[in-house]
Design a protein around this ligand. Structure first.
Ligand code: URA
Length: 241
């Protein structure tokens, strides 16, 4: 694969194309040991060695990160006022990363961040029925009647009822005189506030929500909220198949 030097450097995280052009003009870039000032020469990331200020610029076409999203951060690429999930990925190279599917600002858990749009579509395409598993704390007493209602589909105010969801009650407990339930649930759609609206339709409220998995990709439980790591080769295989 060959690409223009300015694109190579921009993709590698050295700034916009025009910032990169300035860097080139300043004589900060060498290709295979020779200083290069022209932005349009072609380089092959597999063959040519590109140095910026003497340091190698390594090119990655695709990056995949697993983030344990903390509450309080928005699932967007940029936001004028609020911290975004991309602000948390400190060692990213690519400038075209985005989160695959949104989590609400107050939701925690697994978020895949990549620039691989094809995989993203595959993971999100409703036809693929990729199961997304969440754990939650519900204000209210979740019962077998709710398990059945989730299985049969709920009217949450959209055109169509929700598709079959598998609800599992881990435990019911009381705090003061309030009932709470700890549950997990697998949904195959990704509608806006879906889980919150499903419990609302049953007269209850989600007070804590965390995504545990998306398809075969499972949140690494050693990652604390706000921490992330690159996907392993094995995990990338799991999601791109
Ligand atoms: N369902 C919700 O209600 N919120 C999320 O963030 C994800 C699923």
């Amino acid at each position: 694969m060959q690409l223009r030097l300015d694109k190579f450097l921009a993709d590698t995280g050295y700034g916009t194309r025009s910032a990169v052009k300035d860097m080139l003009k300043q004589g900060r870039v060498t290709v295979d040991g020779a200083f290069v000032k022209k932005p349009d020469i072609k380089v092959d990331p597999e063959k040519n060695v590109v140095l910026v200020d003497g340091k190698e610029a390594s090119y990655e076409s695709f990056e995949y990160y697993m983030l344990n999203k903390p509450a309080g951060v928005v699932s967007a690429t940029e936001d004028k006022f609020q911290k975004t999930v991309l602000d948390l990925i400190k060692d990213k190279k690519r400038r075209d990363l985005f989160p695959v599917g949104r989590l609400d600002k107050d939701t925690e858990g697994l978020l895949l961040i990549t620039n691989d749009g094809i995989t993203c579509n595959k993971l999100l395409a409703p036809l693929k029925h990729v199961g997304k598993k969440y754990e939650a704390i519900i204000k209210g007493r979740v019962t077998e009647a709710d398990v059945l209602a989730f299985k049969e589909g709920l009217d949450i105010g959209d055109d169509k009822p929700t598709k079959e969801a598998v609800l599992n009650i881990r435990r019911n407990y009381e705090e003061g005189d309030e009932d709470f339930s700890e549950i997990d649930v697998v949904i195959t759609e990704g509608r806006y506030h879906q889980i919150k609206r499903m419990f609302e339709a049953r007269g209850m409220e989600v007070v804590y929500l965390k995504r545990l998995s998306m398809g075969k990709l499972v949140l690494d439980d050693t990652l604390k909220p706000g921490e992330y790591r690159k996907l392993s080769e094995k995990e990338i295989e799991l999601i791109i198949r």
